[in-house]
Design a binder for this molecule. Sequence first.
Ligand code: DGL
Length: 266
Amino acid sequence: MAKPVVIFDSGVGGLSIYREIKQVLPCVPVVYCSDMVGFPYGPKPESEVIERTSCCLNALAVQFDPSLAVIACNTASTISLPRVRGELGFPVVGVVPAIKTASEYSKNRCIGLLATPGTIARSYTDQLIDDFAADCQVIRVGSSELVQMAEQYLRGESLCDARLRDILAPFLNAKPRPDAVVLGCTHFPLVREALERIAPDIHWIDSGSAIARRVISLLAGHDDQPAQTAGQDHFVHTGKDGLADSLALERMGFARISSLDLGSCL
Ligand code: DGL
């Protein structure tokens, strides 16, 4: 059996990354982990996010022996990568805001960053902006509410356009309006259609396809391993059994759902 790719997020946002990876590698086995007990990470102190990310990934390493892991969470990647890369014996891919892509796209030199309150305030994000968008006006919007809305949307609830408009107001009312907005939280591509409906003039940018390409290149040396049949992936989560019941996981490609044993680390 091929070693799985682990995809980790606080919640279901990493499923936007899962979707991109499965589009190009439909038969690579995936273990998706949602730290449902720790969710949401956006408003949490950095030290707690680093601790939870490290603890979950170490447990996943022991239980699933992955070929590589993707931290499909900007809030965690922007602070946890050095720690977990030092702890784990396989490659760890981080997902961070696609500021460079937005800067390359922008004609009017005004771009937006839509992310969690944690991500918009990180020094990592400041550095990305200094390095790649120093000549742009950058409008930052941090929203935990949109993270919650995306979670509920995946559980079958509808989105309220009026609330979305309020959240997006700093972009919609800006003069000039940003012509590109980075979706710097993996939950947000899950509601991309609604964002595009509300602001069709804005180019909404995420990191999904770039991450999928990175995974392809890292797995290039593993071609000899037999792949699994599509639709056989494993969804694990922290906390009690049943927490993932309202998600249509089977339809997304998951054959197994179980809770993750964290031992005594948290
Ligand atoms: N999906 C996560 C991200 O990309 C964060 C959501 C949260 O837990 O606040 O930042």
